[in-house]
Write a protein that binds this ligand. Structure first.
Ligand SMILES: NC(=O)c1ccc[n+]([C@@H]2O[C@H](COP(=O)([O-])OP(=O)(O)OC[C@H]3O[C@@H](n4cnc5c(N)ncnc54)[C@H](OP(=O)(O)O)[C@@H]3O)[C@@H](O)[C@H]2O)c1
Length: 242
């Protein structure tokens, strides 16, 4: 018997990086997990095999795909108890360079998909459920070329705060985790090595985060010990800003 025995969790973006660490951690804590991914079927397969989770190929930008992801979660989980909104794209671009297409895509994937997940969860989640958004420290620490990305994340932080009020009567909590520089493919593709060294320099714990560091905070909020925390935005950064 482990802390999440009998619980069902949906995690978006579970094939790699932080989402993968979340799937691994929630499964290790005893939850049955369904997770979504975009195109890395090989990685998804590996995670599914290793954890017993169910992988669903679903682009966060497609309402049809999301409907399929939600239906699979309802079908394959013992109940919907945990929702982790993790999948996102970064689309780094200076404000002057953002195209209408990039704007639409970023808000579809990072924001609209999360809103649809909140709507779904509001309908199907069991009492005492947990919603955790993976946001970013960029909403509190603005940096060039992150306006669009951070704005899509600021919106989902607000969804969690309002959902905390709307769903609290059912014992459902909703929170945001704000990772700092965390060593994943997304971080390395969006930043040159010098930027990563600089980030470690002003991190109190003097290293990049690991996906498991962030997954541990998500697991706390998703588990019984996190039950008295709701509507909060928690930095998981090793102390990038204090
Ligand atoms: N790494 C950091 O330093 C950092 C810092 C702050 C916040 N974050 C946030 O943490 C979360 C995870 O980031 P990460 O660094 O772990 O990213 P990552 O290594 O690039 O992994 C992203 C995951 O999301 C999936 N995904 C991406 N776009 C998708 C889409 N349109 N539809 C469905 N799935 C999609 C990917 O699937 P495929 O494998 O199929 O592509 C993959 O499983 C994101 O919300 C990000 O904004 C990361």
């Amino acid at each position: 018997m482990t802390v999440l025995s009998g619980k069902g969790a949906l995690v978006t973006g579970g094939s790699r990086g932080i989402g993968r660490a979340v799937v691994e951690r929630l499964a290790a804590d005893g939850a049955r997990v369904v997770f979504g991914y975009r195109h890395d079927a090989e990685a998804a397969e590996q995670v599914a095999k290793q954890t017993g989770a169910v992988a669903v190929r679903a682009d966060q930008g497609s309402e049809e795909d999301l409907a399929r992801l939600f239906a699979t979660a309802e079908e394959r989980l013992p109940g919907v108890d945990i929702l982790v909104n993790n999948a996102a794209e970064t689309g780094p671009a200076l404000i002057a360079d953002v195209t209408p297409e990039l704007y639409e895509r970023m808000f579809a994937v990072n924001t609209r998909a999360v809103f649809l997940a909140f709507q779904w969860a509001a309908g199907v989640m069991r009492d005492g459920g947990r919603i955790v958004n993976v946001s970013t420290l960029n909403t509190e620490m603005p940096a060039p070329a992150t306006a669009l990305y951070a704005a899509t994340k600021a919106a989902i932080e607000q969804f969690a705060k309002v959902a905390a009020r709307e769903l609290g009567g059912r014992g459902i909590t909703a929170n945001n985790v704000l990772p700092g520089a965390t060593d994943t493919a997304m971080l390395r593709s969006a930043n040159p090595p010098e930027a990563l060294e600089q980030a470690q320099g002003f991190t109190a714990l003097r290293r990049l985060g690991r996906p498991e560091d962030v997954a541990a905070v998500v697991a706390f909020l998703a588990g019984p010990d996190g039950g008295w925390v709701t509507g909060q935005s928690i930095r998981a950064t090793g102390g990038m800003i204090l």
